[in-house]
Design a protein around this ligand. Structure first.
Ligand SMILES: *Cc1c(COP(=O)(O)O)cnc(C)c1O
Length: 418
């Protein structure tokens, strides 16, 4: 287990027992480890140190987990950020992140978002269509500014991951088709309020093997060279995010092993390298701590373990049929039974784990592992459930980094008819 360890006292994160956290902050509750966050970032930094004199920037993909404390930890470590909305830009700035190290991705940037990003002085816009390019040129012109841009090219390689998180095929809504990239760059180079600075791609998520990324990088490099031959010189190459994490028993290479084929493809290049990792920086640095509310006998020899966390807290199982390890905080010696671990939400899709062997009683604490990425950020208030608290562990200390929501807050902005 990379994000929680077990000893005689039960499951703990760094030096803090999860029983103590449940007592102090209640459940359900996301618990993160500062040490794990720092280690995953450092693994990237070390792997990139030898490439192009360390001329690389790790732009953390904010959508994986956008809590200000987490953004702040990465900002202090020197990270840049990859954002997909004006809201995420505001978070980066509020967390002490550097706009000059921030890239803005996403297929539907609004006028207001573009304007806010230009005024904040971001590093570049990752352009996803010719329409967007024109819009950015116009907005920049109105503000008397020049927009730094990179075109997100769709390299048409198969990332071989879940279809919902595969983004590099030509049928995907993301990026500009490979064959349209050169003409779009030529056009961009003629625009008065556009400065072409880079190129990027992002082919998918939870990749266990970087061969498709290396293949995409190779295709991107031919575009970079073709552009240079026409006098359009790019400063950076952004290969996106996508490195997976171990949820179960996946054979996962280390960060250095994963990046090696890509760095080999890029060896000797002068352009600086950007990466946009999300999941691999935070996924295994967080767990969702939950309590067993009710045990219920089901048909088919399955018991239902109904917990106080649900699909609104952690959507990945319901959305992608994703598998998360679920472990008791204090293991019992009793016979383990086959269980369905479900939440209280009124949907049959509200499950956290199918077919788990568990020995639990009502009131027991469970930890849902590998929940640091796409957990809290995808949460909702479905069924008028307040969002969970978030806690950061740092050594033997704990910090509340997001207070549990209160029910009254959830409808405070609603209004009755006169
Ligand atoms: C989601 C996303 C990322 C991060 O993906 P991970 O799989 O979490 O590393 C990076 N870049 C873009 C453009 C994204 O949409």
């Amino acid at each position: 287990m990379s994000n929680a360890d077990i000893n005689d006292a039960g499951l703990h994160v760094e030096e803090v027992n999860l029983v103590e956290i449940a007592k102090k902050y209640g459940t359900p509750c996301y618990v993160y480890s500062r040490k794990a966050l720092t280690e995953s970032y450092t693994a990237y930094r070390n792997a990139l140190a030898g490439h192009n004199d360390g001329n690389s920037l790790i732009c953390y993909a904010v959508k994986a987990n956008s809590n200000l404390a987490i953004l702040n930890i990465f900002a202090r470590l020197g990270a840049g950020f990859d954002i997909v909305s004006g809201g995420e830009l505001a978070r980066v700035i509020a967390a002490g992140g550097d706009a000059k190290k921030t890239v803005f991705s996403g297929v539907g940037k609004s006028h207001d978002e573009i304007s806010a990003a230009l005024q904040a002085g971001i590093k570049c816009f990752n352009i996803e269509s010719s329409s967007e390019l024109g819009r950015i040129n116009t907005v920049a012109g109105n503000l008397g500014l020049v927009a730094p841009v990179s075109i997100r090219v769709n390299p048409d390689v198969d990332a071989k991951t879940h279809p919902y998180i595969s983004t590099g095929l030509k049928t995907s809504k993301f990026g500009v088709a490979y064959g349209e990239a050169l003409p779009l760059y030529r056009f961009a180079a003629t625009m008065p309020n556009i400065n072409v600075v880079g190129i990027d791609c992002h082919i998918g998520s939870q990749l266990l093997d970087s061969a498709p990324v290396a293949e995409a990088t190779q295709k991107i490099l031919s575009l970079v060279d073709a552009l240079a031959a026409e006098g359009i010189k790019l400063k950076h190459i952004d290969i996106g995010g996508g490195m997976g994490i171990r949820y179960n028993d996946e054979a996962m290479p280390s960060t250095a092993e994963y990046l090696a084929p890509v760095l080999k493809t890029l060896a000797g290049r002068n352009e600086s390298l950007l990466l946009e990792p999300g999941r691999s920086l935070v996924g295994n640095a967080g767990i969702l701590l939950t309590k067993v509310e009710v045990l219920k006998q089901g048909g088919n020899d399955r018991d239902f373990v109904i917990i106080d966390a649900a699909m609104n807290d952690l959507m990945r199982p319901a959305l992608y049929d994703a598998w998360h390890n679920i472990v008791p905080v204090r293991p019992r010696s009793g016979e383990a039974r086959l269980c369905e671990v479900v939440g209280p939400v009124c949907e049959s899709g509200d499950f956290l784990g199918h077919d788990r062997r568990l020995s639990v009683q009502e009131g027991d604490l469970l930890a849902i592992l590998s929940a640091g990425a796409y957990g809290m950020t995808m949460s909702s208030n479905y069924n008028t459930r307040p969002r969970a608290a978030e806690v950061m562990v740092d050594g033997d200390k704990t910090y509340l980094i997001r207070k549990r929501e209160e029910v009254a807050q959830l409808f405070a902005e609603e209004a009755l008819l006169p």
